[in-house]
Design a protein around this ligand. Sequence first.
Ligand code: ATP
Ligand code: MG
Length: 565
Amino acid sequence: MTIPDSPRPSDFIRDIITEDLKTGKNDGRVHTRFPPEPNGYLHIGHAKSICLNFGIARDFNGLCNLRFDDTNPTKEEVEYVESIKEDVRWLGFDWEDRMYYASDYFEQMYQYAVELIKSSRAYVCDLSADEIRERRGTLTAPGKNSPYRDRSVAESLDLFERMRSGEFPDGSRTLRAKIDMTSGNINMRDPVMYRMLHAEHHRTGDRWCIYPMYDFAHCISDSIEGITHSVCTLEFEDHRPLYDWFLDELKVECHPRQIEFARLNLSYTVLSKRKLLQLVESGFVNGWDDSRMPAISGLRRRGYTPESIRNFCERIGVAKRDSVVDMALLEYCVREDLNRSAPRVMAVLRPLKVIIVNYPEDKTEELDAVNNPEDPGAGMRKVPFSRVLYIERDDFHEDPPKQFFRLAPGREVRLRYAYYITCVNVIKDQKTGEVTELHCTYDPATKGGDAPDKRKVKATLHWVSASHSITSEVRLYDKLLLKEDADDVEEGKDFRSNINPNSLETLTSCRLEPCLADAKPGDRYQFERMGYFCVDPDSSAGKKVFNRTVTLKDTWVKVQKRGKD
Ligand code: ATP
Ligand code: MG
């Protein structure tokens, strides 16, 4: 994988805006918006759109609105609105006093619809949804006119008003734009603008029994807010003529320019609220903020920083063609950020007891350790050393293969910041043969980890003092999906058959350096040699829980090598 340069100075959307500014469009104003539908939590794909829209406003001295596109009352909830606000803020963006709801414009939209009926550009249609679909035609065959298409303006006006007052059952009538049933663009074949729907809306309550369709509501919302550039994903390219048609027919003052870009796809995961909701509802994950979810709240809980996500979004850039971004790039971005900022500590995830047989029983030493070699300002800390320690079970091999340089019977290694130790005896469980304890000797002359005679050891291990360490739970994560492409599944199956059953491994008897006793949810650390970790909100005073955000690169290489031994 090659890592693209960061940050990317420009993209085709910024080029278009630069050009518009040069030619004096919109009186030099730049105004964008991020328009989520509050029907789920935001994911990393939305982060791309947020960084783009708010980033453009920042770069061009413009403004960016947050607008909830809440035109579908049945799927939307207040919980989602709150989470979206939290996520946008956490990513570092500020809509100031410009938070809007499409539902704020329902009355205005209604008036616009009436205007279109009056100018014979819209009509009430009595066909059912199925009948409309049957007459819509195909990509190659034109559609058929509705028998209600030529009903009088007066009749449509009357029916539309009665639709509004809820006189008709759901699905019985729609308001349709009168455009062209033979258009090569199916979106232009008399699209539905309003449908009957007796449903409570999270903001407007039971005030409305008709709700506008996305294509009608979206362009009007943009226009009302004075948006200059309406940036959206590629699937709306074919809707642009309709967007323009509505605004042209209504002769509105502000006619935003719609520009489409390719949505983000990430390997080994899904970026669709519908699919993510399935994972939540099926109980495969523990909510939207499960650390395996590509939701912003999941990434946050996992330990991702806002900087790393913004950086990722800048690196991937903006293009007109669909592509799949390697998950490894997202991981690279967070590793790069945490490498600079995360304090180093020692934590033993799978403990193996080590007794230093020539070290006094009642002695404890406080050894000096560096908090962050990348950040001299981070200072030093003391790490307690005593006779009984834990090391990583994987760091010992009774019968070491050729490439294994860590601890083995008779072999000497360095304990980080401490001493050289040599394994002199291996204690095993009589019944299972499992190694339960190692007896080692230490060389007092190597304090701090340096041998005065310059003799070499081939490995440096992390460790903790048994009696001083705290016990904690650590959650290790693997990819959410087994295959890069979520839809690479057998016929008749969906992405769920691709779920990695081993995406979570929970270790419950990890031993951590005592300084971690004060760690608070959200705090991030590098556990030396094991990766970057973040304190989970599930932590209690008695027991900390850590999530592994990402492995260290070289650990990954080592693990892969080890697999080959
Ligand atoms: P989903 O398919 O996950 O439901 P959506 O597009 O329906 O996504 P919206 O709430 O409508 O979700 O999205 C708000 C904004 O975020 C839209 O402008 C949309 O284009 C953008 N967006 C959604 N998914 C992505 C993505 N994967 N990459 C880039 N932008 C995205
Ligand atoms: Mg949508």
